[in-house]
Design a protein. Sequence first.
Length: 171
Amino acid sequence: MERGERYALLKREVLESEAFRALPDWAVRVVLGLCAQYYPTRNGNLALPIRDARLFGINAPWKLYAGLKTLEASNLIECTRRGHVSGGRRLASLYALTWWPIDEPAPGVTYDAAISPCPTPTNAWANWVKPTDWKPSVQSIVYRARGRPRNTARSVTRTSGSGRTTTLGAT
């Protein structure tokens, strides 16, 4: 490794874990985007705005938002600060990878009240067990990320004949 080079540090144990294997492909891109930003003293201060997410092939905002929620649900990341507006400025959500220790916040940054720096990783991903309703849970996260009401199914349009009509049997 050359000094100054950056790598997406993802431990093999994490890659082989049930939590990682349960992720949809778009959530894997999100965790890789967060891992690419990691370096010692920065865990807990990781943010992934959509402009940076696009560098990792996350082109739809819903994939980013759903990916972050799915990663939280699978205990692979922990939100250290929820995004909010403060003093007229929008502050991004910050995250920590649970297989690395949570570091001190960057200067001028504060973590949410329940979060504090910790020299040992939580490794919450290692104890995660895939729930029986995991697929519907992920689907619900996707619906919310796309701005749809929860558990709303897409309407189905059927066509008949030349495909110009949206009702069956009409000509």
